[in-house]
Design a protein around this ligand. Sequence first.
Ligand SMILES: [Zn+2]
Length: 405
Amino acid sequence: MPPFDFRITATAGAARSGVFSMPHGDVETPAFMPVGTHGAVRSLSVHDVAATGGRLLLSNAYHLYLRPGDDIVRALGGLHAFTRWRGPMLTDSGGFQVFSLAKYRVVTEHGVEFRSHLDGSLHDYTPERVMQIERNLGADVIMQLDELIAGGSEESASRAAMERSLRWLDRCQVEFDRLTREGRADGLLLAPVDGIVDVHPDDERVAPPQALFPIVQGGVNPTLRRESVRGILASGDWIGVAIGGLSVGESKPDMHATLEVCEPLMPSDRPRYLMGVGFPEDLVEGVRRGVDLFDCVAPNRMGRDGTAFTPDGKAQIKQAAFRTDRRPLVDGCACEACTHYDRAFLRHLFMSSEPLGQRLLAMHNIAFVIDVMAQARAAMHGGTFSAWSDAWLRRYHREAVVPVG
Ligand SMILES: [Zn+2]
């Protein structure tokens, strides 16, 4: 069996349910990927993440390249051995972080020169270098380096970035193939650890099986989006395709329209990944428009800030109404916060600034969006997806101040 495979098991209009198989395991789609930017989902252990139902973990090449260094991660056995996450992983190239975090950057055809947001050191990020970094990290799915521009940019700037992203994709692919063929550069060699690092030193230069995903760009301009998809499909037979550059300040109707432009042009038999989108309502709208994979830091971040997702919209955990409320946060939710604690105690944890409260709400929000994806899959298999998604969105958008238990 090939290391990567995607099987669609049910459809409903543009929506699809399937199974994406990767070297480290299978993921049922549509799926939400918890984000472990630095190799860990903030405040959660790998066991916590598994308990939320998370199966595919996202990490970030920019952050891991700067700290601890992709060569160190590789010497420690790769991202899986380093983080102890045994399931499938995906690394983002860090293009977004270079554009959003770096204090100083110069973008040329060659690549991006930037100063680290950690210590000001100067770095040269090229498509080739990014492939070397992501090959060293060893996630199952790796992303191309693309050029990002601010939402609402002029069409000419949007076109230039989209076209450059296509040229950078070609360079990524050439380097990816070279590393597959010739092996990785000589790296640091550490003694293997039994049961954790199972790669023999003689095989260490062999890059693990990975899938390189291209990224569709073009802002909210339908012409540019179409050209981007066509350019990507003309340049390779990709295992999956990502849509980037959304959820950067455009309106929801613009995001939905852009997905509708891309959907019919994308291969129906390959997974589609909508990058950086993860609010519950965006997931349901994305699934309706043929998206299979999502990621976002928002569920975790909002949970740590005291905002909980519920079927009736977002709820503030500190609200006075919860002071003596003995009900679970969301009735029927299988997460630790909802099965072990009541609203009164969760509120108390936040009022007392106890870190446990942040951890529990982060787990709840991640479990919540993962469960919404499970509901979507079940509805597709049961032939009720259209009615389910209509009802789900209607209820969620009521945005009740106090959720109905
Ligand atoms: Zn819960």
